[in-house]
Write a protein that binds this ligand. Structure first.
Ligand SMILES: C[S@@+](CC[C@H](N)C(=O)[O-])C[C@H]1O[C@@H](n2cnc3c(N)ncnc32)[C@H](O)[C@@H]1O
Length: 216
């Protein structure tokens, strides 16, 4: 939310919105309009169910980030954990082209993903934070990274793919973004209060996630 700033008065597109967590947050923070799109029919059904229970006027649609091309463009596009689903440079390019196409000139794209900077084979264990990262193939372009989350009601896994920083920069540039800035995660006041600084040191010194801000 610090990177996004005040969304008041802005039209927002949440790409890969999942069940709509960030879409709802942006609407509650004052965005004029919010649209959430996701490839998964099941995720959009969950998002619509929540919208029906607590109506905020958010539109949820099944769409592929690579193909979505609305006639009305947006002031802000967000995508939490989308780009790390690109298996290769071409797929990353198609996602970035699709996102740039949805933005008004001067609009911003804010995204958080599996970090392209981290050398996952030598990363510490993140088990104490409730998850692990697992590699089953040699490290390189497109290496799958399995994220295993330990929740109170069980374990689930998802798979991301490693593409380095240069590949991301190239994709943003080719998509027409004029400026790109990378940002590290920051410890929230709640996280600091609850567990203290040293608990979080592995996470922040070897951060498995990275934020990116692109301006069209
Ligand atoms: C880890 S979830 C994140 C969901 C949500 N952004 C959040 O943080 O709560 C990743 C989502 O990306 C969606 N996704 C993957 N590839 C996509 C694509 N090409 N277009 C749209 N959504 C996609 C998946 O269906 C999934 O819901």
């Amino acid at each position: 939310m610090q990177l996004i700033g005040d969304p008041t008065g802005k039209s927002v597109l949440d790409v890969a919105c999942g069940e709509g967590f960030y879409s709802r947050m942006l609407k509650q923070c004052g965005a004029t309009s919010v649209t959430g799109v996701d490839l998964s029919v099941g995720m959009i059904e969950l998002a619509i169910q929540q919208e029906e229970i607590n109506q905020q006027g958010i539109q949820f649609l099944v769409a592929d980030a690579r193909e979505y091309n609305p006639s009305e463009k947006y002031d802000l596009v967000i995508a939490a954990y989308l780009l790390n689903y690109a298996h290769n440079q071409q797929e990353l390019q198609e996602m970035c082209d699709g996102i740039a196409r949805c933005l008004n000139p001067g609009g911003r794209f804010i995204t958080v993903n599996c970090s392209p900077f981290l050398h996952f084979p030598t990363a510490p264990s993140y088990r104490k934070y409730g998850f692990e990262t697992i590699l089953t193939a040699p490290w390189g372009e497109g290496t799958p990274i399995t994220w295993r989350f330990h929740l109170s009601d069980g374990v689930f896994e998802l798979e991301n793919y490693h593409l380095n920083q240069a590949m991301h920069e190239e994709a943003f540039h080719r998509a027409g973004f004029k400026k790109t800035a990378w940002h590290k995660p920051q410890l929230s006041p709640d996280g600091l209060k609850l567990q203290g600084h040293s608990f979080w040191s592995d996470f922040f010194e070897h951060s498995p996630v990275a934020f990116i801000e692109c301006t069209k």
